[in-house]
Design a protein around this ligand. Structure first.
Ligand code: CA
Length: 511
């Protein structure tokens, strides 16, 4: 009975508290999104001013990249965990943003960067004073001999950090070095120290209580303990969740764990959602090749792995984020291909996270600032909202039509995203986030076909990834699904349940 009740609750779109669970999310790189005061830097009031735009697009959760004081432009190294970077606004602006978002049914999550602090955080400035300093143990220190004897002096590069030498001198030639997985300017905090744990838990609770923010995106969640003690991380996040739930029992937590499903899975014990980075490393390249590489099989296998740890897991899906080359550039700027990528993301299960600008086909390749270029609201000479903190190399007016232009064009990528999101949210079978409903239909590699089974009505989706028309036959048991929810231009019926799908297109059928 308890099990049945859990299934029923998971199927309900509305939680017991009456708040609707988010169904489409959006990552905002704060510096690049919208400038409200003419200094060229994106800010909180700029985001507030664009909430109607986000609501129009159909977004119901926004993730803001870090907004606390930091010496870097990206702010993933925090100097003051309770502060707001003056370039971005004030704490009152932040509270106002959360309030206005809630008024539009949009949740807000804060990027909480607690694996490491800035080297300029007051804790670290104390810690470097010497082994006797009371803050020394806030960080991870070791003598070179001990580092060597444990064999942890060097690490292999990983997609989330190419730092090969994670031990750094505060002062060259001292007795101890400190651990900074990402770099010397980002010293890792020591979560074996209960004072550090309690301080960080108090910071999380403070944001929930003080600002009404709905939860957190947990940066570098995988690395919260150094790699030689990685298994302690799972228990840490369970404790973190329990502490946050004391303030908000519906707190939304999504983790950044760059790894295979088996390694991600135990993080679901504490974090209700984790990003499916593997999917983002697969999907855009499949679209580029015009061929499936077992995407549905891959997803079904990961669901099985995640379920064993947490049956209520949320698969946070994405095409790209602020650390990856933009999908538009992977697809060499081809709008038709970007539409195929969007079609896949927005018809598969999970909670999709769009990266700002993806919906207008923004381009960008590393180095990082070029995958975080200013959002194009209007043509440049009429765009007071456009940020100017970096000179765009990829997303210029000549390469990407600004939003205002795309709004007026029924064939634009933006209009495609909006229509697709509206369709997703209108069908419970497509919008289901928890307990992903997905059945594979075997087809040749130019196609991907699946059913999203649901008590309110099954939906069948077929994608043609290739650049030529492809035939598809609806399997006998789904013959009743003959009403077209999404019909591509140039679709040809060939017989009962038989279709010729035009190149780079999608067909969605329901009863
Ligand atoms: Ca500004």
């Amino acid at each position: 009975m308890k099990h049945l009740l859990r299934i029923i609750l998971a199927l309900l779109p509305v939680s017991l508290s009456g708040q609707e669970a988010p169904r489409v999310a959006y990552e905002i790189f704060v510096r690049s999104f919208c400038d409200s005061d003419g200094d060229g830097i994106g800010d909180l009031n700029g985001i507030s001013a664009k909430l109607d735009y986000l609501a129009e697009l159909g977004v119901d959760l926004i993730w803001l990249t870090p907004v606390s004081p930091s010496p870097s432009y990206h702010k993933y190294d925090v100097m003051d965990y309770r502060g707001i970077e003056p370039e971005y606004g004030t704490l009152d602006d932040y509270k106002e943003l959360v309030k206005k978002a809630h008024a539009r049914g949009i949740k807000v999550i804060k990027d909480l960067v607690i694996n490491h602090s800035s080297e300029q955080h007051p804790w670290f400035l104390e810690a470097v004073k010497g082994p006797e300093n009371p803050y020394r143990d806030f960080y991870v220190w070791m003598t070179p001999d001990r580092i060597d004897s444990l064999g942890i002096a060097v690490r292999e590069g990983s997609p989330d950090s190419w730092e090969l030498n994670p031990w750094h001198w505060a002062v060259e030639g001292e007795t101890e070095k400190y651990y900074g997985l990402f770099s010397g300017v980002m010293p890792d905090l020591n979560y074996d120290n209960p004072v550090v744990r309690d301080s960080i838990f108090a910071i999380g609770q403070w944001w929930l209580r003080e600002t009404g923010v709905d939860g957190f995106r947990l940066d570098a969640a995988k690395h919260i303990y150094p790699q030689w003690e990685a298994e302690k991380a799972h228990a840490f996040w369970q404790a973190f969740r329990e502490e946050m739930e004391k303030v908000n029992e519906d707190v939304f937590l999504v983790g950044e764990v760059y790894a295979d499903a088996e390694i991600v899975a135990p993080f679901f014990r504490g974090l209700g959602a984790n990003f499916n980075i593997q999917m983002s490393e697969k999907l855009p390249f499949m679209v580029r090749e015009g061929r499936d590489s077992d995407l549905v099989e891959f997803l079904l296998e990961s669901y099985g792995t995640y379920t064993s740890e947490n049956p209520a897991f949320v698969d946070a899906t994405l095409l790209t984020n602020h650390d990856q080359n933009r999908v538009g550039s992977v697809l060499e700027g081809r709008t038709e291909d970007m539409k195929v990528a969007a079609n896949l993301l927005l018809t598969l299960p999970g909670l999709p996270f769009l990266y700002y600008g993806e919906e207008i086909g923004m381009l960008g390749q590393k180095p990082d600032p070029q995958i975080r270029e200013p959002f194009l609201w209007q043509l440049e000479d009429q765009d007071p909202d456009r940020t100017r903190w970096t000179t765009p190399q990829y997303s210029t007016d000549s390469a990407v039509a600004p939003l205002a232009v795309q709004r007026k064009d029924a064939q634009s990528l933006y209009r495609h995203y909006r229509k697709l999101i509206a369709l997703r949210k209108s069908r419970p079978a497509l919008a289901q986030v928890r307990q992903p409903n997905l059945l594979r239909i075997p087809v040749r590699e130019e196609l991907i076909a699946f059913v999203r089974p649901h008590t309110s009505g099954d939906v069948l989706v077929v994608h043609n990834l290739s650049d030529s028309p492809q035939q598809f036959t609806v399997p006998g048991e789904y013959f009743k699904l003959s009403r077209k929810l999404w019909k591509p231009r140039g679709l040809k019926p060939l017989g009962t349940g038989q279709w010729s799908l035009p190149a780079k297109s999608m067909l969605i059928l329901a009863k």
